[in-house]
Design a protein around this ligand. Structure first.
Ligand code: GTP
Ligand code: MG
Length: 201
């Protein structure tokens, strides 16, 4: 799929204030600093569409981008950032959980996991939450450029091994890098296929 247009639409702190739910939507979520906003920019081939930062906690609301005037990307605040206050963390948790459960056009959640570190229980818990609530998701391994081919394989295997405690079959998994663009085509193919399935339904 070609990205012809990618436009910022809104930044909302409540799912009820999000843009009208009249097009398929794909959300990007994962631990703080995992690379959500960077990957969105790479997918859309727009350097400064989503705001990125080396300091965790950059994205603080639900940010909507309209792609090809046909579907939405939602960039979400990260979870698991230790340095934000308890109150703010609870606010984000409630905001993202309500969004995941109640946004009617949310067609798939991309859960980003950092390939450089061992599987994290906070990520597993989040996926369990999605599964229990029947929210479809696809895992994106991030920052693959930081690893050798062998390290990448080991990392993916470790995550899959951990996932197999809970999931059979395993959820879809795509290895990516915002730096090199690895995985971009695969992610866009996934979305294109999902959009086509929706149009047929
Ligand atoms: P929050 O919004 O704070 O939750 O973070 P985020 O998940 O949106 O991460 P963001 O895209 O802001 O990136 C965090 C840091 O990781 C930045 O310093 C990025 O440059 C870096 N980064 C993101 N993706 C990649 C990647 O694929 N490769 C490398 N090497 N660095 C990356
Ligand atoms: Mg971000």
């Amino acid at each position: 799929m070609k990205i012809k247009t990618a436009d910022f639409v809104a930044c909302c702190d409540d799912y009820k204030k999000c843009p009208e739910a009249n097009m398929p939507e794909y959300a990007f979520i994962g631990r703080s600093n995992v690379g959500k906003s960077s990957l969105i920019n790479r997918i859309c081939e727009r350097n400064a569409l989503a705001k990125t930062s080396s300091t965790p906690g950059k994205t603080q609301c639900i940010v909507h981008f309209l792609i090809n005037r046909q579907w939405y990307i939602a960039d979400l605040p990260g979870y698991g950032y230790a340095k934000i206050g308890q109150k703010q963390r609870e606010k984000w948790r409630q905001m993202t959980q309500a969004y995941m459960l109640r946004r009617p056009n949310l067609y798939c959640v991309f859960v980003l996991v950092d390939l450089r570190i061992p599987p994290q229980s906070i990520d597993m818990e989040f996926m369990r939450f999605l599964g229990e609530n029947e929210v479809p998701f696809c895992i994106l391994g991030t920052k693959a450029d930081k690893l050798s081919a062998k390290q990448r394989e080991e990392s993916v295997n470790a995550i899959k091994e951990k996932l197999s405690d809970t999931w059979d079959p395993l959820p879809p998994f795509i290895v990516s890098s915002a730096q090199t663009g690895l995985g971009r085509e695969e992610i866009l193919d996934f979305i294109e296929q999902a959009n086509a399935n929706l149009a047929e339904a």
